[in-house]
Ligand binder design. Structure first.
Ligand SMILES: NC(=O)c1ccc[n+]([C@@H]2O[C@H](COP(=O)([O-])OP(=O)(O)OC[C@H]3O[C@@H](n4cnc5c(N)ncnc54)[C@H](OP(=O)(O)O)[C@@H]3O)[C@@H](O)[C@H]2O)c1
Length: 257
């Protein structure tokens, strides 16, 4: 039996990862803060797909709580084959206006949690010669939208380095770099996305299906949507001074994706 840990499965992309992995017959470890939604998801997926879920209500910004998840992932007697580092959130305010504790939580959830969970999972995966690690990064990792971009840049480069280390081990690592996806992300952060053209919005089910396929194939980066696949090389190859200027102008929305 294959088992996957999914962080942040109570809505959006994480919920889709849980659904699509369950539909493939994968048992799940579900980690987020909202226990009611976790229990509902467990019931829905175990009934629909006959899989088993472990529900572990956790605030990933709490280091002691994170340690308990690390211990679960590192337990070789109950192997975890997929680690989907998905949980995340954004801050709508510019750095000068944010509360530093919110900035710290952002770093804890977007950087520290994926780092520590992946570190805990990899030895067992390499030993078994099989593993799949997905880190949900963002198209924002290639622009300069404040600390969110900085954290996602870490995620993308982290996976790129890791993938090289994992060559020929049977373990694949993929950074998912989507643009705007219709989830609860923007509402939760109170971001105004009314002016984002509808052509830029991606469907979470499509994004996740591509990410799973890319990870299975061993693709290091997963960029969903033809519009973003066209934009990615331009942004990635542009001089950084231009990227900074365009981001600051808000042509690339400063809040996200
Ligand atoms: N939506 C976009 O446009 C977009 C684009 C690029 C990348 N992303 C990335 O995609 C990932 C998923 O976001 P989403 O768009 O699906 O947003 P979402 O619908 O708001 O889901 C976020 C998930 O993260 C969990 N989470 C947040 N803080 C947490 C914490 N401290 N501890 C544990 N779980 C926590 C939430 O669960 P609880 O509230 O139950 O804890 C929820 O399940 C994030 O990493 C985000 O940065 C999103």
């Amino acid at each position: 039996m294959v088992t996957a840990l999914v962080t942040g499965p109570t809505s959006g992309l994480g919920r889709q990862f849980a659904i699509q992995l369950a539909a493939a017959g994968v048992d799940l470890i579900l980690v987020a803060r909202d226990e009611t939604r976790l229990v509902e998801l467990d019931l829905e997926l175990s009934t629909s797909y006959g899989i088993t879920c472990e529900v572990i209500p956790t605030d990933l910004s709490n280091r002691a709580a994170l340690k308990a998840i690390e211990n679960r992932v590192a337990d070789v007697s109950r192997p975890v084959d997929w680690v989907v580092n998905n949980a995340g959130f954004g801050l709508a305010e510019p750095f000068l206006n944010t509360d530093v504790e919110d900035e710290q939580r952002l770093l804890d959830v977007l950087v520290t949690a994926p780092l520590r969970l992946t570190h805990a999972a990899l030895p067992g995966m390499v030993e078994r010669g099989f593993g799949r690690v997905i880190v949900v990064s963002s198209f924002a990792s290639w622009v300069t939208s404040g600390t969110y971009s900085a954290a996602k840049a870490w995620a993308t480069v982290f996976v790129e380095g890791l993938a090289a280390e994992l060559a020929d081990t049977g373990v694949h690592a993929t950074a998912l770099c989507p643009g705007f996806v219709r989830t609860e992300f923007h509402d939760r952060a109170d971001m105004d996305v009314a002016k984002i053209p509808k052509q830029l919005w991606l469907d979470p089910a499509d994004v996740v299906a591509k990410a799973i396929k890319d990870c299975e194939k061993g693709n290091v980066l997963s960029v969903p949507g033809k519009q973003y696949q066209a934009m990615a090389p331009m942004v990635r190859l542009s001089p950084r001074a231009l990227v900074r200027r365009v981001t600051a102008l808000g042509t690339v929305d400063p809040n996200t994706p």
